[in-house]
Design a protein around this ligand. Structure first.
Ligand SMILES: C[C@@](CO)(OP(=O)(O)O)[C@H](O)COP(=O)(O)OP(=O)(O)OC[C@H]1O[C@@H](n2ccc(N)nc2=O)[C@H](O)[C@@H]1O
Ligand SMILES: Nc1ncnc2c1ncn2[C@@H]1O[C@H](COP(=O)(O)OP(=O)(O)O)[C@@H](O)[C@H]1O
Length: 300
C-alpha cells in the first residue's frame, strides 16, 4: 500500500510594525512586533518513510537539504519529542525568497511540525492544544516559528514568542512583496542594532489600534520598523526602492523584519498590478531578485 502523503502551504510573514526594546543577557533582543501573514507561500509534501529515516528534496539548489535545513531540524525535533519510530520524506517547493525578512524557513518548519502532527496522528483529540504545545517546542529552533504556527495578525513580544492574536485578523489587503538582490543575516542586523544610538521607535500601540479599527489610512501612516535604521545604511537601495514604490502608487512601503525585503500596501488590486508592471521594467536598474503579488491573510 502507498504511504500516506499530505501537502501543506507555508505562508510568509511581514512585520507591519517592529520595535526592539533592548538586548537580553543571552544576546537575543526583546521585541514588540505586529506580525502579519501573507499568501506568498512555499509548498510542502510530506510522506512517511518505513525505514525511519528523515530525508528532503528541494527545487532550489542553493538551499541545502541536510540537517542544517529548518525542515529537517523540525522533523528531527518532532521525532525525538514524540518518540516516533517512522521516518519522513519532505518535498519542498520554494517561492519565498531566502534570508529576506519574510520568515520563509520558519514557515517551512512550522508546516513540517503541523504536518507531522497530522500524519502521525498526534493531535486526535484537541488540535488547538497540540498547536500550543508545538509553539512552545518550536522556540528552540527559531524565534519566528511560534508565530508561524499561529498565523493571521498577532502582537509578538518577548523574543517573538509571547503572542497575542489580533481578532479579527486584518482583512485582505493587496500587498506587493519586493526582494532586492542583497541578502541580510538576521543575527548581524541585531548585532549592529546594539551600536545604534538614535534609532527611531515606531508607535506599535497606535498601529495596533489602527489595525483593530481596520483604519487603512492610519495603518499606512503608522507602519514602522526600527531595524530599517540599521539595515538601510548597509543597503541604501532599500530607501530608493521604498520611494519608487510610493511613486508607483503604493499607499505605504516598509522593510520587513531584518530586511532587505520591502512590502507595499495598496487600496486596490489593480494599483498593485500596475506598480508591479512598472517595477519589472526597472528590474535591472533597481537590481531586484523578485516582485510578488500577495495579500494579507487571516488564520493558518
Ligand atoms: C527580525 C525578525 C522579525 O520577525 O525576523 P526575520 O527578519 O528573521 O524574518 C525576527 O525577530 C527574527 O526571528 P528569527 O529569524 O526566527 O530568529 P532566530 O533564527 O531565532 O535568530 C537568528 C539570530 O537573530 C538574533 N535575534 C533573533 C530574534 C530576537 N528576538 N533577537 C535576536 O537577537 C540572534 O542573534 C539570533 O542568533
Ligand atoms: N527551509 C528553509 N528555507 C529557507 N531558509 C532556510 C531553510 N532552512 C534553513 N534555512 C536557512 O535560514 C536562513 C534564513 O532563513 P529565512 O527564513 O529564509 O530568512 P529570514 O529569517 O530572514 O526570514 C537562510 O539563509 C538559510 O540558510
Amino acid at each position: 500500500m502507498a504511504m500516506k502523503r499530505i501537502s501543506r502551504r507555508a505562508c510568509a510573514k511581514i512585520n507591519l510594525g517592529l520595535d526592539v526594546l533592548g538586548r537580553r543577557e543571552d544576546g537575543y533582543h526583546e521585541v514588540r512586533m505586529l506580525m502579519q501573514q501573507v499568501d506568498l507561500h512555499d509548498d510542502l509534501i510530506l510522506q512517511k518513510r518505513e525505514d525511519g529515516r528523515i530525508s528532503m528534496e528541494c527545487d532550489r539548489e542553493d538551499l541545502p537539504c541536510d540537517e542544517t535545513n529548518l525542515c529537517v531540524r523540525a522533523a528531527e525535533l518532532m521525532r525525538r519529542q514524540y518518540g516516533l519510530s517512522g521516518g519522513l520524506h519532505i518535498e519542498l517547493t520554494k517561492r519565498i525568497p531566502l534570508a529576506a525578512g519574510l520568515a520563509g524557513g520558519s514557515a517551512d518548519a512550522a508546516a513540517v511540525m503541523l504536518g507531522m502532527a497530522e500524519l502521525f496522528g498526534l493531535a486526535q483529540d484537541d488540535s488547538e492544544a497540540m498547536r500550543r504545545e508545538l509553539m512552545h517546542l518550536a522556540l528552540q529552533l527559531g524565534a519566528d516559528i511560534p508565530y508561524c504556527l499561529m498565523g493571521g495578525t498577532a502582537l509578538a513580544e518577548g523574543i517573538g514568542q509571547i503572542l497575542t492574536p489580533v481578532r479579527p485578523a486584518l482583512r485582505e489587503i493587496p500587498t506587493l512583496i519586493v526582494k532586492p538582490a542583497a541578502s541580510v543575516s538576521t543575527g548581524e542586523v541585531y548585532r549592529a542594532f546594539d551600536s545604534c544610538t538614535d534609532c527611531h521607535h515606531p508607535d506599535i500601540d497606535g498601529l495596533l489600534d489602527a489595525v483593530r479599527r481596520e483604519a487603512y489610512t492610519d495603518i499606512c501612516h503608522l507602519l514602522g520598523n526600527i531595524l530599517e535604521d540599521v539595515t538601510i545604511p548597509l543597503h541604501p537601495e532599500i530607501r530608493q526602492l521604498k520611494n519608487v514604490l510610493r511613486d508607483h502608487g503604493a499607499d505605504a512601503a516598509m522593510m520587513s523584519g531584518s530586511g532587505p525585503t520591502v512590502f507595499a500596501l495598496f487600496s486596490e488590486e489593480g494599483k498593485m498590478r500596475d506598480c508591479r508592471r512598472k517595477l519589472l521594467e526597472q528590474r535591472e536598474d533597481l537590481s531586484l531578485e523578485g516582485v510578488f503579488l500577495s495579500h494579507t491573510r487571516g488564520g493558518v
